[in-house]
Write a protein that binds this ligand. Structure first.
Ligand SMILES: [Mg+2]
Length: 217
């Protein structure tokens, strides 16, 4: 699937790529609306509408991924809620084996929109950061991965050859931005959330099990 002689940097998304998006979907779509609804005396559906209704159909900005923002917005201890669901933090298929196979073949950079606090929680339960050369959050660059600004700033901060970079992400708008920056190899994930069906009609080449990327030859 990949000609590894053509790649020297692999950039990997975290949620829905290396880690199962089931955790995030439970946290943000179930637990947060449920607790916010309890606190406000409204149903989880009403809570969902109140918290996220205005975001439908809009591009996500960095605030969307900011734990401090959601803590202020909801009055809930969002960090504590992260730990309540820790049992759902898990690698996607073959992801850990792939990360353990990469050293010596390509540099591995975790490139995530997750807030540092969220990354720290996932790290604590998965040890993910120790399996990559470096973990980067778009919050450090002041712009989400969906934006041109992010890629421009990343290119200034980190030396990499876009043509020899493989970028894997489950979000099409993020892949579009990476393509705009000239990233040469782009892949997406067929089933980011193990609790939801696989996706069809994806715009980028898709796979599901990271073992497919490992060159066994
Ligand atoms: Mg993702």
């Amino acid at each position: 699937m990949i000609d590894w002689t053509q790649i020297d940097t692999v950039m990997l998304d975290m949620d829905g790529c290396l880690l199962d998006l089931n955790y995030d979907n439970h946290l943000w779509n179930e637990l947060v609306p449920s607790r916010y609804g309890q606190a406000q005396g409204i149903s989880p559906d009403e809570a969902r509408q109140r918290l996220y209704g205005h975001l439908l159909g809009k591009d996500r900005d960095l605030e969307f991924y900011c734990i401090d923002f959601w803590t202020r917005r909801t009055g809930l201890d969002i960090r504590a809620l992260h730990h309540e669901l820790a049992h759902l933090i898990d690698y996607r298929l073959g992801a850990a084996a792939f990360l353990d196979w990469l050293p010596g073949r390509a540099r591995a950079l975790l490139v995530t929109n997750a807030h540092r606090a969220s990354l720290a929680v996932k790290d604590r339960y998965s040890g993910l950061s120790q399996r990559v050369d470096e973990a980067l959050s778009s919050h450090d660059f002041g712009a989400p991965k969906e934006s041109r600004a992010f890629w421009d700033r990343l290119a200034v901060a980190k030396r990499f050859d876009p043509a020899r970079t493989l970028f894997i992400d489950d979000t099409e708008t993020v892949l579009n931005a990476a393509r705009g920056h000239g990233i040469g190899h782009l892949l997406t994930i067929r089933q980011p959330d193990s609790g939801r069906p696989p996706r069809d009609n994806l715009k980028y080449p898709a796979f599901n099990d990271f073992n497919e990327l490992i060159d066994h030859g």
